[in-house]
Design a protein around this ligand. Structure first.
Ligand code: PGA
Length: 253
């Protein structure tokens, strides 16, 4: 079983601030273990950060190209990330699905591009408020999962991390209750088990994301199918991020 807490800085921080964050995390990581720590950084910093990242901290991109090399101005490919020492990328985040054209098909291509290079794909899924109010949350997440993950082979699945992020909880201060989150995580685990078998499904880290912070992390991470979190706002300040990590039951000093 993998335990992971990943930060997602989104479009925040300048280079100097990113380096300071890394330094503070390096000090903290020297005396903590038991949880894999990752951070999704803005593209311009990736190469530098991947080189200075302390042991135990993996640097992720927040996107990757769905295409290969060629005339795709502004895009960067999975093998470019790999050549810079970047561990993988966050893909299918709801902000990219809503605003930057990440359809299920594009997300599928991005997941494949990453796992094909042996990189980690932190695959995000989750329903909007409207979809939850209509009672369609399981249907929506199943569709997203089916499109991008359920037809991978078993070996590729080893490099996938699933992040369940209800859109209505992202950056809103409104967190899913731990019962609501566990219900969805249990359903995701069930779909993975139907496709890949119980053992494989148990090995996939399923992270919760959406206003996760030091005050609610322990309650969420204490649930059977919640293996950690994808953290936006509370990952910007290393002290808050460490507070979230401290809520993980498998974190050891
Ligand atoms: P939030 O963001 O923690 O600020 O809600 C989570 C995310 O978008 O990954």
């Amino acid at each position: 079983m993998r335990n992971i807490v990943a930060g997602n800085w989104k479009s925040n921080k300048l280079m100097g601030e990113a380096r300071e964050w890394m330094d503070e995390m390096a000090e903290w990581l020297a005396s903590h273990e038991g949880v894999e720590v990752m951070v999704g950084a803005p593209a311009p910093y990736l190469s530098v950060l991947a080189n200075v990242a302390p042991e135990g901290l993996q640097v992720l991109a927040q996107n990757v190209s769905a295409e290969g090399h060629g005339a795709h101005t502004g895009e960067f490919t999975a093998d470019m990330l790999k050549s810079c020492g970047v561990a993988g990328a966050i893909v299918g985040h709801s902000e990219r699905r809503a605003r930057y054209g990440d359809t299920d098909d594009r997300v599928k291509a991005k997941v494949r591009a990453l796992v094909g290079e042996g990189l980690q794909a932190v695959f995000c899924c989750g329903e909007t408020l409207e979809e939850r109010e209509a009672g369609h949350q399981e249907q929506v997440v199943h569709r997203q999962l089916k499109a991008a993950v359920l037809d991978l082979d078993e070996d590729a699945l080893n490099r996938v991390v699933v992040a369940y992020e209800p859109v209505w909880a992202i950056g809103t201060g409104k967190t899913a209750t731990s019962a609501q989150a566990q219900e969805m995580h249990g359903a995701i685990r069930g779909w993975l088990a139907d496709r890949f078998g119980d053992e494989k499904a148990a090995d996939v880290a399923i992270l919760y994301g959406g206003s996760c912070k030091p005050s609610n992390a322990a309650e969420l991470f204490g649930k059977a199918d919640i293996n950690g979190g994808l953290i936006g706002g509370a990952a910007l300040n290393p002290v808050d991020f460490q507070g979230v990590l401290a809520g993980h039951p498998d974190l050891k000093r």
